[in-house]
Design a protein around this ligand. Structure first.
Ligand code: PEP
Length: 256
């Protein structure tokens, strides 16, 4: 069982999917399906930027929070194509996913830019969901824990224990994202426990015990229960399965 001090947190990353109309239908369907979960499980969805405003209105008064998929580290200025943390706050976001492996792989995200974006997210009063995880080659070379440690050290450098306590960390092995091949519950727990120990060493136990560590990578209704039964798996970051309301709702129920 997950530590009762940490409320399970299930977030859906819709990536570059859903027009505004489609996003509204999904949000409304989901709202109906998870209303009975109340506050046993914390939930968030991360639609594309274009749908944030509409989805925020559709989820008003519900138990589902709004997340963005990235943000820039500056508050405003000449950064064509970017969106800032205060803008996301204004539109109704509570969370921002930072350093997703697709951002690292396709858009040059580094541990340093992850760190700068996290600073901006906290400054705007939002919560960062910081993604870390190894590639298949790194896992096969026995480098998983080393890679995750490096990403955490760089991404979280300079924050105080009080700031750290607000973070959510998502362990997302790259080889498990969108592949249908999830980490086993034991593989996930091994890395989650390592992440917790790294956080304890850098920030102290009190802060580290408050951080929710989500697992992400091919989470589905049929594997969620086993993954979420592990003591350091405090939730899930769900990609593909979050695009189907009934699947996402089933994962939420497995957490509650
Ligand atoms: C993700 O992109 O964060 C993710 C975990 O995707 P999927 O669930 O589709 O593997």
């Amino acid at each position: 069982m997950s530590n009762p001090q940490r409320r399970p947190f299930i977030a859906g990353n819709w990536k570059m999917n859903k027009t505004v109309g489609e996003a509204l239908s999904l949000a409304r369907e989901l709202r109906g399906l998870v209303s009975m979960v109340r506050d046993r499980v914390e939930m968030a969805v991360a639609p594309p930027f274009t749908a944030l405003h509409s989805v925020a209105r559709a989820l008003e008064g519900s138990n589902i929070a709004l997340a963005a998929q990235s943000c820039h580290w500056e508050a405003f200025g000449a950064f064509t194509g970017e969106v800032s943390a205060p803008m996301l706050k204004e539109v109704g976001c509570s969370y921002v996913i930072i350093g997703h492996s697709e951002r690292r792989q396709y858009f040059g995200e580094t541990d340093e830019t992850v760190n700068r974006r996290c600073q901006a997210v906290l400054k705007a009063g939002l919560v960062p969901i910081v993604c870390v995880g190894e590639t298949l080659a790194e896992r096969e070379a026995g480098r998983t824990l080393e890679v995750v440690s490096r990403q955490l050290k760089g991404g979280l450098a300079g924050f105080s224990p009080a700031e750290l306590a607000r973070f959510v960390v998502a362990y997302e092995p790259v080889w498990a994202i969108g592949t249908g091949r999830n980490a086993t519950a034991d593989q996930a727990q091994e890395v989650h426990a390592h992440i917790r120990e790294q956080l304890v060493a850098a920030f102290g136990r009190e802060a580290a015990e408050q951080v929710r560590i989500q697992y992400g990578g091919s989470v589905k209704p049929d594997n969620a229960g086993s993954l979420l039964s592990k003591p350091d798996v405090d939730g899930a970051l769900v990609g593909g399965a979050s695009l189907k309301a009934s699947d996402f709702a089933a994962i939420v129920k497995a957490a509650g």
